[in-house]
Ligand binder design. Structure first.
Ligand code: 13P
Ligand code: SF4
Length: 375
């Protein structure tokens, strides 16, 4: 799995390569497209391709289902006829699909280097340490773990085994409400910003929140004893690049502009925007704006750029205007990766297949199903 440093280095290189990244390069090689189409035809209903909104523009059209991480996990759980589920997204998404689908189905991630640096900001040892430390002065029976979908399967299993649930950016408030019906405190990891934005939305007082930094474990239990929500200090390096200055400058340059951002952005950005929500929410928000609207989007560049293509009657651009909000991990999956993954479906020892240990899958599924059952 690529490290955060790898990621930042690749990001920087890509930024130099294609400047402000308004239009990430597109690979439309007809030979590759023909190879993929041949496999799609060959497998028919026995194959389902899931594509996240941040995938490259040339990959997205091959998705039988295109959406946010919540929708795609639901689709993975509902496939009756598919023998093979190919997830064009990042590792935690394919792992969740593996956990939610039937045991005899096979799940693949066409490029295994597509990870999520934010998900990697919490590992099982760190979370166990935090839980043990909290248990030194709190009754952890009253603390409900809520883990963001962007986390490894073993953390989802920790959450399931400890009476908690998973959430995505589209249902974090419902997940927090579910947790507060069952306990006094929420322990949320790994995205501090989604946690903060959710606490704001739910009106949780600032002095009832505490940040847990796994790299500088706290020694004073006081703030954690008082807290209603304990937030892991993790972040998405793509979304934390958007600033209030970007919003002010967009509003100055384009009076009447609408600004929509993802809840992995910092709270000041979310508060200054007109709307905030998951990638599916952003897609719907843009569709709902009347022709002639000007919209700046604070999320990953491939979604923004695709929305600009799909809505030529609106002026759509990426909010920062200068940085490159590219998720290099989402960008890793190329048409070549997809073609080669599909051409080997059914092979013994397919090297892009995703496996999750059965005991981990069992507990993680508890936590994922609690999310899918949220009303
Ligand atoms: P969504 O659940 O909104 O698709 O977000 C996934 C993600 O990784 C955002 O960075
Ligand atoms: Fe992870 Fe951020 Fe990429 Fe989403 S955009 S997959 S949170 S690194």
């Amino acid at each position: 799995m690529a490290t955060l440093t790898d990621d930042i280095r690749t990001s920087a290189a890509q930024f130099r390569e294609f400047g402000a990244c308004e239009r990430p390069p597109r690979d439309e090689d007809p030979a590759l497209i023909a190879r993929i189409r041949a496999q799609v035809d060959r497998w028919g209903e026995r194959l389902v391709i899931l594509a996240h909104h941040y995938q490259r523009k040339e990959v997205v059209p091959f998705g039988n289902f295109i959406g946010d991480s919540y929708y795609l996990s639901k689709m993975a759980a509902q496939q009756e006829k598919a023998e093979h589920i190919v997830f064009c997204g990042v590792h935690f998404m394919a792992e969740s699909a593996r956990i939610l689908c039937r045991p005899e189905q096979h799940v693949y991630l066409p490029n295994l280097r597509a990870g999520c640096p934010m998900a990697d900001m919490a590992d099982d040892v760190q979370v166990d340490d935090a839980w043990e430390w909290l248990g030194g002065f709190l009754d952890t029976e009253t603390v409900i773990p809520v883990s963001y979908m962007n986390s490894a399967a073993n953390l989802k299993a920790f959450t399931g085994a400890n009476g908690g649930l998973i959430c995505t950016s589209s249902n974090a408030d419902k997940a927090f409400a579910w947790a507060f019906e069952r306990g006094e405190k929420v322990f949320f990891f790994p995205d501090e910003h989604l946690g903060t934005n959710t606490a704001n939305k739910m009106g949780i007082a600032r002095d009832r929140r505490a940040i847990y930094d796994p790299l500088h474990a706290p020694d004073d239990p006081g703030p954690y004893e008082r807290a209603q929500v304990i937030l892991w200090k993790g972040f998405c390096h793509v979304h934390t690049n958007f600033t209030v200055a970007h919003i002010e400058s967009a509003r100055r340059d384009y009076p009447g502009i609408k600004i929509v951002v993802h809840p992995e952005c910092t709270e000041d950005v979310v508060n200054a925007a007109d709307a905030c929500g998951s990638t599916a929410f952003i897609d719907k928000y843009v569709k709902a704006q009347p022709a002639g609207s000007i919209i700046a989007i604070g999320t990953e560049i491939n979604l923004t750029s695709r929305l600009a293509d799909e809505h030529p009657d609106k002026t759509i651009f990426e909010l920062s205007g200068q940085n490159c909000p590219l998720c290099v991990n989402m960008f890793r999956t190329t048409l070549e990766d997809l073609a080669s993954c599909l051409e080997h479906l059914g092979d013994r020892g397919h090297d892009k297949q995703i496996f999750v240990r059965p005991d981990v899958a069992r507990d993680a599924k508890l936590a994922l199903n609690r999310m899918l059952e949220l009303k």
